[in-house]
Design a binder for this molecule. Structure first.
Ligand SMILES: [Zn+2]
Length: 193
């Protein structure tokens, strides 16, 4: 069964001082397309974190530590960086698209997303989703037959050749020009940027 696509991201703002003293002071905060920078700043406020985590603010700490998140983000993301993700989310149907992009391009936690990059914009325009790898392969086969005019209507002379094509090899070669990521049972595919 296909998992339902999530339309939100979650981060877990925590208190670094508490963490260093062996106490887990954190809570889960959910981001969606409407989340504002102000709301994120409030969510990362050190007193707010203690209040939400129901831990007395006795540690004297003032550093926020993102103890967990569900999109491979860093431990020390600022409110502005996190808001950068919200800006990306506004360009795609769901947050899984951002996860897919990040699987390939963002290995670097220091990366700052104050605005969507041109690369992300191109990705957002280009990316397609498939229910299975098989469905993606079929799409590539269709592109191949169209590009080479080997389909029923276009070229009756070439048409018989279709029976001799090594589809595995065709698909394998074509995939060299594509990125492919599976998130929650859905295949995200786009031409290499
Ligand atoms: Zn604390």
């Amino acid at each position: 069964m296909k998992l339902q696509t999530k339309d939100y991201l979650e981060i877990c703002p925590g208190c670094l001082a508490c963490y260093n003293q062996g106490r887990l002071t954190f809570y889960w905060f959910r981001l969606n397309k409407e989340t504002t920078l102000k709301q994120i700043e409030a969510a990362l406020d050190i007193e707010e974190i203690h209040k939400r985590a129901k831990t007395p603010y006795a540690c004297g700490g003032d550093e926020v530590h993102i103890q967990d998140n569900d999109f491979n983000g860093g431990e020390y993301m600022t409110a502005k960086e996190i808001y950068g993700y919200v800006k990306l989310l506004r360009l795609v149907p769901s947050f899984d698209y951002v996860r897919a992009f990040k699987e390939i391009y963002l290995m670097n936690d220091e990366f700052e997303w104050f605005e969507a990059s041109d690369m992300f914009k191109r990705f957002a325009e280009d990316v397609m989703t498939f229910d299975s790898d098989r469905e993606f392969n079929t799409h590539l086969e269709d592109i191949f037959t169209e590009t080479h005019g080997i389909n029923d209507d276009q070229n009756p002379l070439l048409n018989p050749l279709i029976n001799y094509i090594q589809w595995d090899a065709v698909v394998r070669d074509m995939k060299m020009d594509w990125e492919e990521v599976e998130i929650s049972g859905t295949t995200y595919a786009w031409r290499k940027l």
